[in-house]
Design a protein around this ligand. Structure first.
Ligand code: NAD
Length: 411
């Protein structure tokens, strides 16, 4: 199943429980708009390379499209469309005034110099600037994009439209209107909903064990929060492989090791393991924080974690979902678990529009409230309909989108 087929399966499952009409699901099965672009970039050696990119706006019934831009060598149109559909659901679940959007450029950013990366990022905006804007479509960082890239993109957009527009993009550096707390928002959001799930089972982080796949922005901050809250993080990984120590890894030192060497691999006093081994470790908490489709029908049976906090988008396939649900694994689904990023992006956009900036503690407190409220809504729906957490999260999201579509007379 490709990622878009996964989304359709999830949509159909929730639509059936809600008894939604075919008119409504027909609208949500297709993205409203997908822009495909080719970006010519002058490379440092004088040659020109052309990179393919997409921006997908899935549904904007609730407000402007919102979602990150990913730079990855494997990005496809289907993947970008699926990710934009998940953003529609995520934004609705968190009750944000946004529809769903996502962008992607097929490139290996590690092979580009800073200058090439800047020309590529500005080139992407040159191609899509008519379709984005603070009231239209608001990009943000995702895999292998960061505040520096957001700054170039915002700057290019402002030059093209001839005015300041900090609300066109979120995840910016603080000096250009970024929000305090945005850097670790995704991880702390996941941490908050995991805390709520543990609470429901009358337990806490104390003495738990965890494994994290993907040690980038989301994964490394999650490691830090777990580590600081008495959970033993025994395994972490990145694209080069993983490391394991049954007594727990000193996460701050691992972060430093990755910063110095480019990978977590070969960390002293730890055993090197594969990414596949990490997924089936005997831990309480598994946090997939890399790419989609890593827990599948093939390995779900061997997963031993009791809680899965999906920091990545779509890390568990529908087939695996069924198997894990039967095993009694509590999944904090992606559209909830990693929604901290877009929620603080929303706070950033609000601050940009007001021109008034909040303290970090205010941002974190507001985020905690939003995440905990969404968790509670999902939990209530799980009880009401007897469905798993993923289906419940789609039900909460769909109710809002459908209400907006009906109010607009679309369906
Ligand atoms: P990032 O680029 O900072 O980190 C990605 C990490 O994954 C890196 O450590 C990389 O080495 C690792 N990785 C890449 N391919 C891998 C593979 N095949 N196996 C194992 N590890 C691999 O990205 P990020 O921002 O941390 O995003 C990670 C995931 O979280 C993505 O799925 C993204 O869509 C999702 N997410 C991120 C945010 C955010 O605000 N950062 C918000 C929502 C969702």
């Amino acid at each position: 199943m490709n990622p878009y087929e996964v989304f359709l399966t999830q949509l159909d499952g929730a639509a059936q429980v809600l008894n939604l009409s075919k008119h409504v699901t027909r609208v949500l099965r297709e993205p409203e708009r997908v822009i495909e672009v080719s970006i010519p970039v002058r490379m440092d050696d004088g040659t020109v390379q052309v990179f393919k990119g997409w921006r997908s706006e899935h549904n904007t019934a609730l407000g402007p499209a919102k979602g990150g831009i990913r730079y990855h060598w494997d990005v496809t149109r289907d993947e970008v469309v699926a990710l934009s559909a998940w953003m529609s659901m995520k934004n609705a679940l968190l009750d944000l005034p946004y529809g769903g959007g996502k962008g992607g450029v097929r490139v290996n950013p590690k092979e580009l110099s800073d200058g090439e990366l800047e020309r590529l990022s500005r080139g992407f905006v040159d191609r899509v600037y008519k379709y984005i804007g603070p009231d239209q479509d608001i990009p943000a960082p995702d895999v292998y994009t960061n505040p520096k890239i957001m700054a170039w993109m915002m700057d290019e957009y402002e030059k093209l439209v001839g005015k300041k527009a900090p609300g066109v993009i979120t995840g910016k550096p603080l000096i250009l209107g970024g929000s305090k707390g945005r850097g670790y928002a995704t991880a702390i959001g996941g941490f908050f909903v995991l805390r709520e799930a543990l609470k429901m089972n009358s337990t806490s982080f104390e003495g738990k064990t965890a494994a994290i796949q993907g040690f980038g922005n989301a994964g490394s901050f999650m490691g830090k929060f777990l580590y600081e809250n008495s959970t033993k993080v025994i395994a972490v990984s990145d694209s080069k492989g993983g490391i394991y120590n049954p007594n727990g890894l000193p996460i701050l030192e691992v972060i430093d090791h990755k910063r110095r060497t480019g990978s977590v691999v070969n960390f002293p006093n730890a055993e090197n393991i594969t990414n596949e081994e990490l997924l089936t470790m005997d831990v309480d908490i598994l946090a997939p924080a890399a790419l989609e489709g890593v827990v599948t029908g093939k390995n779900a049976d061997q997963v031993r974690a009791k809680y899965i906090v999906e920091l990545a988008n779509g890390p568990v396939t529908p087939e695996a979902d069924e198997i894990l649900y039967k095993k009694g694994v509590f999944i904090l689904p992606d559209i909830l678990a990693n929604a901290g990023g877009v929620t603080v992006s929303y706070f950033e956009w609000v601050q940009n529009r007001m021109g008034y900036y909040w303290e970090e503690s205010e941002v974190v407190e507001k985020l905690d409230k939003k995440m905990s409220k969404a968790f509670k809504e999902i939990y209530d729906v799980m009880e009401e309909y007897g469905v798993n957490s993923r289906k419940a999260s789609y039900i909460v999201a769909l109710r809002r989108i459908v209400e907006a579509l009906k109010a607009r007379g679309v369906a």
